[in-house]
Design a protein around this ligand. Structure first.
Ligand code: SF4
Length: 299
């Protein structure tokens, strides 16, 4: 395959995958929503979960996005330094968004800041947003596609705590954010928490936490315990599906952390809504690929 052919192939796959993410939820999210529905005892909560399931079936059958807000597109790229198309990827992903916007279709969600004009293409200055991790000795490339909707992005918050506030401070921050603003994000929520030195490192980690599988646990025992306690505590609040009350508030709490400066505790929260549109695809150097997030997906 020559270079141009390869670029065309990658653009085509990423166009289809980006559109696909807007229509079908990842396997873990679908499973969790079904599980939470089973725990509900009130008719209203059950009806809301049923309507989510019906919505999913309709999106699949009609080949349409499962929520009207298909978000601002964000790509989180973990790319091997030896992946042969690393230099072309930025252009490829930009073109994939342009194409997916027309073909999927995706709602126009890119407004140029300070100009206040919708570009009508879902592309613009620094959008689609691209976040890079380069892996030195690898020749594969893993791409997370995320549709950052308005509602699910609204509760996002970050703060640097005084060191004496400790993990209790982290806990309080997460509770304050979710109980004040969580309802804007169409619960049940996936709550991503980042703990690090400063606001930007904590914020990036909180978004990355949203890409970890629902139901998975942090490898650090204490962090895993905190995930569990936060999840149980937030569920006791009983926000329920779409904030209408019910047995649960969240699909889960995922924490990602880094070592940090001893004098600070940077903490951030990002939220994913019930329609948590994210997808993971991994390319090999010959451009064969595997879709990791959606079992049995065919593009
Ligand atoms: S929060 Fe999620 S489900 Fe609700 S409108 Fe926004 S994108 Fe759609």
């Amino acid at each position: 395959m020559d270079q141009q052919e390869a670029v065309n192939t990658l653009t085509d796959v990423m166009t289809k995958f980006t559109g696909y993410i807007g229509k079908r939820l990842p396997t873990d999210v679908q499973k969790k929503l079904a599980e939470l529905r089973e725990k509900e005892t009130t008719p209203l909560a059950k009806v809301v979960y049923d309507s989510m399931a019906t919505n999913q079936e309709a999106a699949d059958k009609l080949d349409r996005p499962c929520c009207q807000d298909t978000g601002a597109i964000q790509y989180f790229i973990t790319c091997g330094a030896k992946f042969p198309y690393i230099g072309e990827l930025e252009g490829i992903l930009r073109n994939a968004v342009l194409e997916a916007t027309k073909k999927a279709p995706l709602r126009h969600n890119a407004v140029e800041t300070f100009i206040e004009k919708n570009t009508g293409t879902n592309t613009g200055y620094r959008i689609p947003w691209m976040d890079w991790d380069i892996v030195p000795d690898s020749d594969t490339c893993e791409i997370e596609v995320y549709m950052a909707g308005g509602g699910c992005s609204l509760p996002g918050a970050a703060k640097v705590l005084m060191p004496g506030q400790g993990y209790e401070g982290v806990n309080q921050f997460v509770f304050d954010v979710i109980t004040s603003y969580g309802v804007n994000a169409c619960p049940p929520l996936l709550v991503g928490v980042g703990v690090s030195t400063s606001v930007e490192t904590a914020a990036r980690l909180s978004k990355k936490a949203l890409f970890r599988e629902v139901g998975s646990r942090n490898a650090n025992e204490n962090a895993a315990k905190m995930e569990q306690l936060l999840e149980e505590g937030l569920n006791e609040v009983g926000i329920g599906p779409q904030g209408l009350g019910g047995a649960s508030s969240v699909m889960g709490v995922n924490i990602e952390q880094s070592a940090r400066h001893p004098s600070t505790i940077g903490v951030a929260v990002s939220t994913g809504c019930w329609a948590h549109r994210r997808g993971t695809i991994r390319f090999n150097p010959d451009l064969s690929y595997e879709i990791i997030s959606h079992k049995g997906a065919v593009l």
